[in-house]
Design a binder for this molecule. Structure first.
Ligand code: G4P
Length: 532
């Protein structure tokens, strides 16, 4: 490992592996950048990636996603501060929910939820929050953009409490908002954070005070703002739950920090809460029971695979999250799916924009392993034991299309491209029992554009899409082999195989699916399937 090597603290207990969840535009990118700055991982604001509209203009967005450097940094960013190693895993920024997002959340121990102070809880935030709840991932809330006119802090807190059924515990409160914004007050530490330059300046100062009445603090605030803040602070402290670390870690309570990512207000305070209270690596579910981070034997799972990171080599990088043990470079690990040993000689560590070889890793750490297709999402690596981590599902797609190849000579390239991109989780690929063209399924339509653009860019192959009569896909299975065979025979036109050759039923409508279910009680029609 490069500069970070000497600073690597000992063991898993010093790891905080987390993601940021939010609705597009709430400020995730800006906050990521400021967290990396606070952790000393980057020196220059604006270095993470394009922000806001610039990025989301579709063509720009795809260009950016295709530019390798940015894809690398956007998958995992590691930084260290005061003996804690933070592994920040990025969830894709676009609004289409994808499997990639879900899988990334299987690899974190906690999350920061960014909420726009003016908009409150938005649809994507809610969806991502539900996934966190399913997996018992504790959440710290950052209410962003308090430097702009927004809703009252109480309105935002009440909305979080009601919409997400979560107890809120305000920790850092805005002193005025919008044009009245003067800084933020940290209740737990009695600290006032502000900007020396005042109007519109970045946060650069912190004053430790004796409490809300301390003249050292009150004398700094415009009287009309102070009066309102004093009232609000009293109500906030009395009206909401005080912080309870256990309730937070169990996912019942969220500490709330009001701030401004753009102007750097409350980012340090947020990071301090993550360092102090966010859980270190938690036990991970496996088919042989939970795997404790304290286990001596190394174990890890692949939660993401990225093809063509280096456009000059057809390489893939598997992103691996360690769950136990102390990994050292060069170790031979057991690749459980194949039963073969895998020597990990070139594990990559991601330090903001740099990649470097890492010498070691602990539970909670995420590294990249370059490989040529050996490692797949869902794979387990261990120091010897043959068990499998669970909980990485594939979801039934909601948008289906037939792939049309513009130049039939490029069939081989198309097959390769679909295999690679299915591996990344960008798309699901189905081969119909009858007919020769592949059918692709995605969760949101934007993914189709990305698919075509990447196949053009990375595989020099032009494709188009044609509508298919199918509305979704369901994995079919049955304890009774014969019944499954009969069903497949009777419904041949609506059956396809997924990339692992598992049979899939492609119904034309919800009605057809319901009908098939009723008629075939011995067959399961599954919306998700576990990756193996
Ligand atoms: P995202 O990743 O969640 O999609 O959001 P991103 O950070 O890209 O921020 C979305 C927009 O919100 C950006 O403006 C960004 O500057 C702005 N923003 C983020 N945090 C704050 C904040 O604390 N206060 C204020 N006032 N604005 C904030 P943009 O106009 O789309 O981009 P840009 O031209 O400003 O870069």
């Amino acid at each position: 490992m490069t500069q970070a090597a000497s600073a690597v603290p000992t063991g898993y207990a010093a790891r905080r592996t987390f993601a940021i969840i939010s609705h597009p535009d709430a400020g995730k990118t800006t906050l990521t950048e400021k967290l990396l700055l606070a952790g000393g991982a980057i020196n220059m604001a604006g270095a993470v990636k394009a922000r806001g509209e610039n990025r989301r203009a579709r063509s720009d967005w795809m260009e950016i996603e295709q530019s390798r450097g940015i894809s690398v940094t956007s998958s995992v960013m590691t930084f260290e501060r005061e003996g804690i190693t933070f592994n920040l895993l990025d969830t894709p920024g676009h609004s289409d929910f994808s499997e990639d997002t879900y899988r990334t959340l299987t690899a974190v121990d906690s999350a920061i939820m960014v909420v726009d102070a003016a908009k409150g809880i938005e649809s994507q935030t809610r969806k991502l929050f539900e996934i966190c709840r399913l997996r018992d991932i504790p959440i710290i809330t950052f209410v962003n953009k308090v430097d702009r006119e927004g809703r009252s802090p109480f309105e935002v807190l009440d909305e979080i409490e009601e919409a997400l059924a979560l107890t809120v515990s305000p920790q850092v409160w805005p002193v005025g908002m919008g044009t009245d914004f003067q800084g933020c007050y940290d209740f737990a530490h009695d600290e006032f954070i502000y900007s020396k330059a005042r109007a519109n300046g970045p946060c650069d100062s912190l004053k430790k005070v004796e409490g809300l009445d301390d003249p050292a603090f009150t004398s700094m605030i415009a009287p009309h703002v102070l009066e309102r803040f004093a009232e609000e602070a009293e109500l906030a402290r009395e009206g909401y739950a005080s912080f309870d670390a256990d309730a937070y870690r169990q996912g019942h309570l969220t500490p709330v920090v009001f701030g401004s990512a753009l102007r750097d207000f409350s980012v340090d305070q947020l990071l301090r809460i993550v360092a102090r209270f966010a859980p270190p690596p938690r036990p991970q579910p496996s088919d042989k029971g939970p795997v404790e981070p304290t286990n001596d034997e190394v174990s890890a799972f692949v939660f993401k695979v990225q093809a063509n990171m280096d456009p000059n080599h057809r390489d893939r990088v598997a992103f691996v999250r360690f769950c136990s043990g102390h990994f050292k470079r060069g170790m031979k690990l057991n690749h459980v799916r194949s039963g073969k040993p895998l020597a990990v000689n070139n594990p990559i560590y991601f330090f903001a924009q740099e990649r470097a070889l890492t010498e070691e890793a602990f539970a909670g750490d995420v590294i990249g392993i370059p490989n040529h297709g050996t490692l797949r999402v869902g794979d387990t690596l261990t120091e010897g034991a043959a068990f499998r981590f669970t909980g990485l599902p594939s979801f039934a797609p909601e948008v289906m299309r037939r792939v049309r190849l513009e130049d039939t000579m490029r069939m081989k390239q198309l097959r390769r491209a679909l295999e690679d991109l299915a591996e990344e989780g960008l798309v699901q690929v189905f081969k119909p029992m009858f007919g020769s063209n592949w059918i692709v399924g995605v969760v949101g339509p934007l993914q189709l554009d990305v698919l075509a653009s990447r196949i053009r860019g990375e595989y020099k192959t032009e494709i188009g899409f044609e509508p298919v009569p199918y509305s979704t896909a369901r994995w079919i299975s049955s304890p009774d082999e014969r019944k499954l065979k009969d069903f497949i025979k009777d419904n041949g036109m609506s059956i396809a195989l997924d990339r692992d050759e598992r049979p899939v039923f492609l119904p034309k409508s919800d009605w057809e699916l319901r009908y098939a279910r009723e008629r075939n009680p011995d067959i399961s029609f599954d919306e998700t399937r576990e990756l193996v």
